[in-house]
Design a protein around this ligand. Structure first.
Ligand SMILES: N[C@@H](CCC(=O)N[C@@H](CS)C(=O)NCC(=O)O)C(=O)O
Length: 218
């Protein structure tokens, strides 16, 4: 049965799902929902995703949202290559690394938060940019400390890239959006170079997506 993803080129959570699908070698079709112009709030899309965010993943007529839930589902329907380790301690560590960005850093820089800062608190473009740089730096600094404590070998949890690497790579892309260099984060930079040399990661990068190329928006 085919896999359908509702995503958007700029969406880091969509990047996570795209990279996971490609690491698994699972073909999928992506439909673009422009979250910068507000397509996520249209009734047609709200009927697909009541949270009004991307990505939404549909398999066998069954719909799943939240990138972490989608990636764990992929491991359930196609266990190899594993993205989340089977060992309980490693599994918990992989989830913890993932949640540094999925739960803590990334939500703070989503369009809904940036728009709320402007609409409710009168933040101008410069303030919003500083906000984004601050929280993205916090996430990168956390990853740097984690990857220094336990060096990638060569990926975050070992010899194969998995959930943690996908999430770290997504956070690196957020850093690119807010024009943060990685000089201060050498362990993150080295891991990122390794990850984006892998076709599943490189081809999932926002700037490689057809909806980005069609509009050439940044
Ligand atoms: N924790 C969710 C994040 C979902 C999310 O916030 N998606 C963003 C794009 S990366 C979105 O659709 N934002 C719409 C908005 O902020 O209005 C996941 O990992 O799937």
């Amino acid at each position: 049965m085919g896999i359908q993803v509702y995503g958007f080129w700029r969406s880091i959570a969509s990047f996570r799902v795209r990279a996971a699908l490609r690491l698994k070698g699972l073909p999928f079709e992506e439909t673009s929902i422009d979250i910068l112009s507000g397509e996520q709030f249209k009734p047609d899309y709200e009927a697909i995703n009541v949270e009004r965010v991307v990505p939404t993943f549909i398999h066998d007529g069954h719909s799943i949202f939240q990138s972490l839930a989608i990636i764990e589902y992929l491991d359930d329907i196609q266990p190899e290559p594993r993205l989340v380790p089977a060992n309980p301690k490693e599994r918990a560590y992989a989830r913890a690394l993932a949640l540094v960005t999925v739960a803590d850093a990334h939500p703070l820089v989503t369009p809904r938060v940036r728009n709320h800062l402007a609409d409710t608190f009168g933040a101008d473009a410069k303030a919003i940019e500083q906000w984004g740089r601050h929280w993205t730096t916090e996430g990168l600094a956390t990853y740097e400390r984690l990857l220094t404590q336990r060096a990638p070998a060569p990926f975050a949890l070992g010899v194969e890239p998995g959930l943690a690497d996908i999430c770290i790579a997504g956070h690196v892309i957020t850093g690119q959006y807010v024009k943060l260099g990685l000089n201060a984060f050498p362990a993150v930079a080295a891991l990122s170079d390794r990850l984006f040399a892998i076709p599943a990661f490189a081809s999932s990068h926002p700037y490689e997506q057809p909806d980005f190329k069609a509009t050439a928006k940044h």
